[in-house]
Design a protein around this ligand. Structure first.
Ligand code: PEP
Ligand code: MG
Length: 869
């Protein structure tokens, strides 16, 4: 191996980063003794050196390439530059992570006007010229950027004029085609190099450069592949699938990539090169028919496929070529597959004793699980659809429906049996009923922790937030998106997993929640160290959470229990109350609602723990702002609209997120928190009388100062004692803890731990307050930050370990200094993020809590975190 080049027999599959996936696998297959045409790999490091400084090619790399070509000539006993015994090569890119279709390939390199003649003598005219014209086309496209279609166009014209297909061309006609291709080069102010070495050098440079082409960059962005890795280049001696009727080429998966069935799946074309299979000009035949056409070759293939699967312990996607009856394996890689197939294949491999359960758990990506429990778009259809805009992938799943702009319209259309997508600038508590009946929710504003995002995730409804390209005019019921104008009733499709919004209907695929998933998650639980709880408050969400395997409820947000028309009205009455009597009236009504809610909730979770958080948001969030709604509310409260309007205005805050919310509200107006704990304990006592013992866990939000916690806790305890007394029951155990969601709370965590029974990190607010990024406005800039590589991740989606993570770590350490065994959880949205979970495990968190639909993926991620320690 030279500094920049590795021959296939010198490498191994462990060197993916340096040799790229393709190069590493070619090396591995060569060493397994498979029939791989000889060749070498130019390393990814060379690519990055070249991209940094192009002179690197001439000063360092060229010499090594020349030496490698000499060696290849010796191995193959052929010549790359002489006129006889021709060696032709392929040049293929190959990055460390598979980037299908992103980089480029050139075949048949080494042919020129002269050598094609010799080649024709060795083989046949039609074959030799076919190879040459392919080289011109690929070279023109990859190296000089002359669109492939222009070549195809010339070919079609000639076929039409001569009234025959390319296969039927005689020598002169083949030459005409070559001449027209060369003319196309000239029209584009370039010439096709006749010297094979020049061809090779230009091709290598072009593949290097293709690392930075637009589609490669976009693909990397999309799949979070770092830009600094570079691509390797594989130079391999050509074998010819287009050299006659005992030749061919194909692509085969060792198992069915759609269903996972353990049976070869794929196709081949006789007398063809790989490009023909991809281009779809001729219809390939199913792999099974190779058994009849070339039985020995087929049997060899089956043997090699088995060796490869056994070796890689995974389903393989294999490219092969047959040259005059001799089989060559050109490439193998772990095959792409659907989520359903991924699960079946992995479990089958365990059953076949090829994988251990632990390996199986590490094999499935938690993201795959999202596809198993939510519908996804049919991939083929998506490529045809018109992309309207991209926002934040707030809640996974895929859905299609008619646009509606208000919750009322959503309900109305739903009642008519229509499927709707609720599109708003942002959602608010009043929209809840419309959100429930919608197939999907899209907001032009808001981040990953905005109201729409949190509620949609809770319900398992797909959702895009922060879709800034949409100008949503709720009053005129139109959306402007670039030049496209959308109106109510128009059909759009929402992909909540990618954040992409499309025009028109796209068919979805639903994967049944099968036994295989249950099996995998059962194994996952055996290895889990962190527990997984759920963020949920409605009985149906609690039930979903438990069905998905939650070990308890980490966060029941009580403000979500005031959504819905009837409750919001009482909340509004309370906030706008003119006297104590009206306040008490509303408070009493709310007590009734809450009591019944808590009773049902405790009953639903049974013996599992449930943390109930006291009211958090600022009061004006419950109030209407639209003139008509204010009018309607005034009517309900028997007031003048102007009066109500003035009161609402008075409650407005300049910075509500930093304002009168959380425990601050509890301190200035204790009666709401007192009502809430009274409701909690009244229902707990009712259950106790029915023989069900519960241990209420009450959580105080947004604490930044120990005195805040002490003050709230004191009056809560008074109310709880009073409730025991009123009910004439003996006090039973309960816990009062606090959320840690402000940087100051992290710093004084040791003090807070003195008077808190447990902690739960509210990473939504903690991220907001640490960065100073408004959680509802991050959609305005996060995509641009990502594009400019200022930030790789949205910190509301994946924990910022360097900043926010350090604060959490500090708080955990301090808390445990005060109370060694204190139970500490995470209930912000990153708690359900598989990429953040290993960090939480490392710093000693006890549980993560997330929306119900994220629980299965979190259970797997938790097991993976334990297994990869
Ligand atoms: C948080 O801040 O992380 C949290 C869970 O609370 P909320 O999202 O309700 O503010
Ligand atoms: Mg919070």
């Amino acid at each position: 191996m030279s500094k920049w080049i590795s021959f296939f027999e010198e490498g191994s599959s462990k060197e993916k980063e340096l040799l790229g996936g393709k190069g590493a696998n070619l090396a591995e297959m060569t060493n397994l003794g498979l029939p791989v045409p000889p060749g070498f790999t130019i390393t990814t490091k060379s690519c990055m050196n070249f991209l940094e400084k192009e002179t690197f090619f001439d000063t360092e790399l060229k010499q090594d390439i020349l030496k490698a070509i000499k060696k290849l000539e010796q191995i193959t006993q052929k010549s790359f530059t002489e006129e006889t015994n021709l060696l032709l090569v392929s040049v293929r890119s190959g990055a460390a992570s598979s980037m299908p279709g992103m980089m480029d390939t050139i075949l048949n390199l080494g042919l020129n006007d002269q050598r094609v003649q010799t080649f024709a003598e060795l083989t046949n005219i039609s074959f030799a010229y076919d190879c040459y014209s392919r080289l011109l086309q690929m070279f023109g496209d990859v190296v000089y950027g002359v669109n492939k279609d222009k070549f195809t166009h010339l070919l079609r014209n000639l076929e039409k004029r001569l009234n025959k297909t390319k296969q039927e061309f005689d020598k002169n006609e083949q030459q005409q085609l070559i001449d027209s291709y060369k003319q196309l080069f000239i029209e584009n102010n370039v010439t096709f190099p006749q010297n094979p070495l020049d061809q090779l050098f230009e091709a290598i440079k072009a593949v290097f450069k293709s690392w930075n082409n637009q589609r490669a960059k976009v693909y990397r962005e999309l799949h979070q592949i770092p830009h600094h890795l570079g691509t390797a280049v594989n130079i391999q001696s050509m074998v010819f699938g287009n050299s006659g009727n005992h030749s061919g080429t194909g692509v085969v998966f060792t198992r069915n990539p759609a269903t996972g069935e353990n049976k070869l799946f794929g196709e081949f074309l006789m007398n063809a090169q790989g490009e023909d299979v991809v281009a779809g000009i001729r219809t390939p035949e199913p792999i099974d028919s190779l058994q009849t056409i070339l039985p020995d070759t087929y049997n060899d293939f089956v043997t090699y496929a088995e060796i490869l699967e056994q070796h890689y312990k995974d389903m393989q996607d294999i490219e092969f070529t047959v040259e005059n009856g001799q089989l060559f394996i050109l490439q193998t890689r772990n095959g792409k597959r659907t989520a359903k197939a991924a699960l079946k294949i992995t479990l089958d491999l365990v059953a076949e004793n090829r994988l251990t359960k632990q390996e199986a758990l590490l094999r499935i990506s938690p993201d795959t699980i999202d596809q198993l429990i939510h519908p996804i778009f049919d991939e083929k259809e998506v490529t045809q659809a018109k992309l309207l805009a991209t926002g934040l992938p707030a809640s996974p799943g895929a859905a299609t429906g008619e646009i509606v702009f208000t919750a009322e319209k959503a309900k109305e259309y739903h009642a008519l049996g229509k499927k709707v997508v609720l599109v708003r600038q942002e959602t608010s508590p009043e929209d809840i009923e419309g959100m429930i009946v919608s197939e999907a929710i899209v907001t032009s504003r808001g981040g990953m922790t905005s109201h729409a995002a949190v509620v949609a995730r809770g319900m398992g409804t797909c959702c895009i937030t922060g879709c800034e390209a949409l100008n949503v005019h709720e009053e005129s019921k139109t959306i402007l998106c670039g030049n496209t104008r959308l109106v109510e009733g128009e059909v759009i499709s929402v992909d909540g997993s990618s954040g992409r919004l499309y025009l028109g209907e796209i068919p979805t695929i639903v994967v049944e929640n099968d036994q295989n998933l249950q099996q995998l998650l059962t194994w996952a639980d055996e290895h889990a160290e962190l527990m997984v709880r759920a963020n949920a408050e409605t009985v149906s969400d609690l039930q979903t959470a438990i069905d998905f395997g939650a070990s308890g409820i980490g966060l029941a947000r009580t403000e979500h229990m005031f959504f819905g028309e009837e409750r919001v009205l009482e909340m509004r009455r309370l906030i706008l109350a003119e006297d104590k009597q009206e306040f008490d009236f509303a408070l009493n009504k709310l007590l009734g609602f809450q009591q019944e809610d808590f009773y049902q909730m405790f009953k639903a979770v049974q013996d599992k723990p449930m943390v109930i958080r006291l009211l958090d948001p600022p009061m004006h969030e419950f109030l209407p702002h639209d003139t008509n709604e204010i009018k309607a509310l005034a009517e309900q409260l028997n007031r003048y609209p102007s009066e109500v309007s003035k009161q609402i205005e008075k409650l407005q805050e300049t910075n509500p997120m930093l304002g009168h919310r959380g425990c601050r509200l509890g301190i200035t107006e204790p009666r709401i928190y007192q009502m809430q704990v009274k409701a909690i304990f009244n229902s707990a006592i009712r259950l106790m009388k029915e023989g069900i013992i519960v241990c209420p866990e009450i959580m105080v939000p947004l604490v930044s100062e120990k005195n805040e916690l002490d003050t709230v806790k004191n009056f809560l305890i008074d109310t709880i004692n009073q409730t025991f007394k009123e009910n004439q029951v003996q006090p039973f155990p309960y816990e009062i803890g606090t959320m840690i969601e402000l940087p100051r709370a992290c710093i004084i965590a040791d003090q807070l731990a003195e008077n808190a029974d447990f902690f739960s990190f509210g990473t939504n607010d903690l991220t907001q307050m640490t960065f100073g990024f408004s959680r509802d406005d991050i959609g305005k800039f996060i995509n641009s930050y990502k594009e400019k590589e200022i930030m790789i991740q949205d910190p509301f989606q994946t924990l910022d370990q360097t900043g926010v993570g350090e604060l959490i770590k500090l708080a955990v350490t301090k808390a445990r200094q005060t109370k060694k065994e204190m139970l500490i959880g995470i209930c912000g949205e990153v708690g359900g993020d598989p990429h953040s979970i290993p960090f939480f495990q490392k710093i000693g968190i006890d549980y993560v809590s997330c929306s119900p639909y994220r629980i299965p993926a979190a259970r797997l991620a938790v097991a993976q975190a334990s297994l990869s320690k």
